[in-house]
Ligand binder design. Structure first.
Ligand SMILES: *[C@@H]1O[C@H](CO)[C@@H](O)[C@H](O)[C@H]1NC(C)=O
Ligand SMILES: *[C@@H]1O[C@H](CO)[C@@H](O)[C@H](O)[C@H]1NC(C)=O
Ligand SMILES: *[C@@H]1O[C@H](CO)[C@@H](O)[C@H](O)[C@H]1NC(C)=O
Ligand SMILES: *[C@@H]1O[C@H](CO)[C@@H](O)[C@H](O)[C@H]1NC(C)=O
Ligand SMILES: *[C@@H]1O[C@H](CO)[C@@H](O)[C@H](O)[C@H]1NC(C)=O
Length: 541
């Protein structure tokens, strides 16, 4: 079977080589352009393997008083005050079964955990401009931790908890935090969670304190020593369990020298290396949309993924994007919570996976201007549906994929998740051009086979496979902005607006079925997932 499809791939390749022309229909009233192009997929072997639950989103600590550029976009979305009884929220998380959720953010290094024998009152964060990050330390009440875990358990979420890495340290005037990490408060939370059987997938140490740090920084050697204490603690607490939660760090911006040093001094105590991505600049930037739609700007992040992959090569640690909101200081309303952001987000998912990132945590699940869910109504924004489609369609094995044609098409492919075959993701960043894409596969093995076995029947083979393709259909999920407005918070799937049912249920995500002998049509400013169940590649075995 695999061999037959290989031959078909070659045939498609031959077929579309003859169609690789570009034409413009100048008589069209709209001035819309049409172009042809080819997606090349190397099916020999996968180039990355993502976690089954690659999609992850964050919940943060920011209180309602957190403001940026004159707006205060967090509302009641903090871990301390989020409404856990909201039914839309529950359904939205449940739809993933499971959704990985990373709990953390800037204020995590100022959090105190209440313990059974706490002597001081457990108070929330309070505004204080003289303090680092503008707030006093805040406390997580055990009762709230119980409520959060009850929700996570009910919603089927996998939790990664970001611990305060500054406990016990002294902030020096030169911006460095010195002294050893004091694990005692973290230990009380970890032991409590263990006793309650809370399902914590990983414990992460610190937020943005690596490299040059944000607010303050910890030298790599000290951080490695702290991580070793954390992992020792985890091994001790979970000693009778088969599964020890993951030791995760440092949750900061990639810095090759610091990361390399930290990793070598961690002596295999690190399970997951997390890094953060805000590559579009500050939320206040007026050119966010231009950057998102600029292929060379998007390509800029590949270098970080590539270098991180090299840093990890030969070690037992894997990499996750632990927090990525695109634009820092809470994002930008009507950009990072609108349709246009799915171009950035899905491109990031595709690109990170191609460099063997295992998990990608989006800042945020809810809160700020970059939530997958609306801050006040909990109604999904377009990126929520983009994440859900990815989660349901894109399988673990990542295929090397390139697009030959306009630079405005971004192309990614994985083996499919629950169905046979492969799933393609195409993003069209162009406002006017409709792209007709054919798919071709390359692999030397199949050519070899063909020479030996099918040489004389080549023409007949092509015919046979064109016929086979014509007898099959593929499933397509086309995403567009409502009224073509990139700033819209409503998204259409195959022309129909995605909205909750009257009882707040997440809608079904229904594909259209297209004759496999037709090229894939990618409309201007659109995104398409294409499930091709009839393509059997060695990489997907
Ligand atoms: C060009 O556009 C015109 C007007 O929309 C249409 O009638 C014609 O069929 C188009 N031609 C091609 C080759 O697409
Ligand atoms: C807290 O600080 C922010 C920013 O400094 C300010 O905008 C806000 O009004 C303050 N809120 C309170 C309750 O003091
Ligand atoms: C949340 O949804 C409401 C109602 O549709 C809308 O008015 C508001 O702008 C949305 N908030 C954000 C931050 O997108
Ligand atoms: C096969 O396709 C991959 C991915 O598009 C590409 O990187 C590679 O160069 C191609 N190999 C050959 C032999 O064409
Ligand atoms: C697909 O299109 C081909 C060529 O137009 C046609 O012969 C075939 O019957 C179609 N297949 C299906 C399943 O509609």
């Amino acid at each position: 079977m695999g061999f037959q499809i290989w031959v078909m791939g070659i045939c498609l390749l031959v077929y579309c080589l003859s169609l690789n022309s570009v034409y413009v229909n100048s008589s069209s009233l709209e001035g819309r352009k049409k172009e042809k192009g080819k997606v090349f997929i190397d099916g020999k072997a996968s180039i990355g393997k993502i976690d089954e639950d690659f999609i992850c989103a964050t919940l943060d600590w920011w209180p309602p008083e957190k403001c940026d550029y004159g707006a205060c976009p967090w509302g009641h979305t903090s871990l301390l005050n989020l409404d856990l009884s909201n039914q839309i929220f529950l359904k939205a998380v449940k739809a993933f079964s499971p959704l990985k959720i990373r709990l953390g953010g800037t204020l995590q290094d100022k959090v105190i955990y209440e313990s059974k024998d706490s002597k001081i009152p457990c108070k929330p964060f309070a505004n204080k401009s003289s303090e680092m990050f503008g707030f006093t330390p805040g406390c997580l009440p055990l009762k709230r931790w119980d409520e959060l875990n009850a929700f996570f358990n009910k919603a089927g979420a996998l939790i990664v908890f970001g611990l305060n890495a500054l406990a016990g340290k002294t902030l020096q005037s030169d911006g460095i935090a010195t002294g050893a990490w004091d694990p005692s408060n973290a230990e009380s939370l970890i032991r409590y969670s263990f006793e309650k059987s809370y399902n914590i997938l990983g414990w992460e140490l610190g937020n943005e304190l690596s490299g040059s740090g944000v607010g303050t920084k910890i030298p790599a050697a000290d951080y490695a020593a702290d991580l070793i204490s954390l992992n020792k603690l985890l091994k001790d607490v979970y000693k009778d369990k088969k599964f020890k939660p993951l030791a995760v760090a440092p949750g900061g911006f990639f810095d090759q020298t610091w990361f390399t040093d930290f990793l070598s001094k961690s002596h295999n105590n690190l399970d997951v290396m997390t890094h953060h991505i805000y590559n579009l600049g500050p939320g206040v930037d007026e050119h966010l949309i231009d950057k998102i739609l600029d292929p060379s700007y998007l390509d800029g992040e590949a270098d970080t993924f590539r270098r991180l992959q090299n840093v990890l090569r030969g070690t037992s640690a894997v990499s996750w994007v632990g927090e990525a909101g695109g634009a820092y200081n809470s994002g930008h309303n009507h950009v990072t919570n609108a349709f246009v952001f799915s171009f950035w987000y899905l491109d990031q998912l595709g690109m990170s996976a191609a460099f063997d990132t295992k998990t990608y945590c989006r800042q945020t699940l809810i809160g700020g201007n970059y939530g997958l869910l609306n801050t006040t109504t909990f109604v999904p924004n377009p990126d929520y549906y983009s994440a859900l489609l990815w989660h349901r369609l894109m399988g673990r094995n990542v295929l090397s994929t390139s697009f030959s044609g306009t630079k405005k098409i971004r192309a990614y492919a994985h083996c499919s998740k629950q169905t046979p075959g492969i799933t393609l993701l195409l993003l069209n960043l162009d406002k006017f051009t409709t792209v007709q894409a054919n798919v071709a596969f390359n692999q030397t093995l199949s050519l070899h086979h063909m020479h030996h076995q099918k040489h004389r029947n080549f023409a007949r083979t092509i015919k046979w496979h064109q016929k086979a393709a014509a007898e099959t259909k593929r499933a397509e999920f086309h995403l567009t902005a409502k009224n073509g407005d990139l700033a819209s918070q409503e998204m259409l799937l195959n022309g129909k607006v995605l909205s909750l049912s009257s009882s707040g249920d997440i809608p079904e995500l229904t594909p259209t079925h297209v004759n496999s002998s037709e090229p894939i049509v990618v409309a201007p400013y659109s995104i398409v997932f294409v499930q091709m169940p009839y393509i059997h590649l060695p990489a997907c075995k």
